[in-house]
Design a protein around this ligand. Sequence first.
Ligand code: XMP
Length: 333
Amino acid sequence: DWIMGDYITEAVEKIRAQVGEEEVILGLSGGVDSSVAAALIHRAIGDQLTCVFVDHGLLRLDEGKMVMEMFAGRLHAKVIHVDATGQFMGQLAGISDPEAKRKIIGREFVEVFKAEAAKLKASGAGHQGATFLAQGTIYPDVIESGGAKSKKAVTIKSHHNVGGLPEQLGLKLLEPLRDLFKDEVRELGVALGLPREMVYRHPFPGPGLGVRILGEVKKEFADLLRLADAIFIEELRNTIDANTGKSWYDLTSQAFTVFLPVKSVGVMGDGRTYDYVVALRAVVTSDFMTAHWAELPYSLLGKVSNRIINEVRGINRVVYDISGKPPATIEWE
Ligand code: XMP
């Protein structure tokens, strides 16, 4: 609509005025905020923007491919795809504590990003490299890192995704979404031509599947989890609730699969199996501070369970998580 059109025109002018002839780098994560920020900044300054997409090997199925297709393919943005799976898996080997895993993933992310930024500067095809770091910070992030945080007595989970990066890189910050709420970011994304499916995706944590594989992270577990999770999400998207006409994906706030490194006995054909378990998690919430488990139809749960057990070799049992927040959290770690 024209109001969003005006907003884009204004935001584009502001970005051009702020950046001038300089160069910008942005860490693309596949999430809504960094995607919309990238699309907006690209609209404003085109090739003065370089996106760095760090694949830590803990993304969802085909996520890397989708991000590259969208930004490099359709938007013709400059995107560097870094496959750092080996590096992340190496650092995570032997580590099973959730907070320790978060710290390692956050730290490695900064390392990989810094290395890419340095390479870009060294290659500096006729320019000095980036002087701006763009981030998809939105208004609720601004509030959260201000007063609200200090009131919290205990930290349940540390969410420091890329904190402190601009200082470490010696770059100026460009945060074009700072004044926007999530709904507005989504509307902006659609107006910029991003697919609704991308813009209305459930939130995905920075540490990715790293906190959805309980205990030690292994590539083998991540591969199984990716397949199982893709089946769950596909069925949620394809199952329409007759009362509302909406898909169960849209009726839930967040849904995903958790890998349990536990083996149980099963029977398949004439044979005995001894394989891993996954848990399905789906919640309904308005603020993610409290949440109800989603009352998914049994038929949907049954179909997902059958498909995962039949299609994902290595998983022979599926359970559904019926815990609210509190006392449970949404993620299992
Ligand atoms: P919990 O599990 O704390 O999750 O009930 C609340 C919301 O936060 C997300 N979450 C994270 N997001 N880094 C993130 O960027 C993290 O380390 C992290 N841990 C949890 C979770 O997916 C849910 O949306």
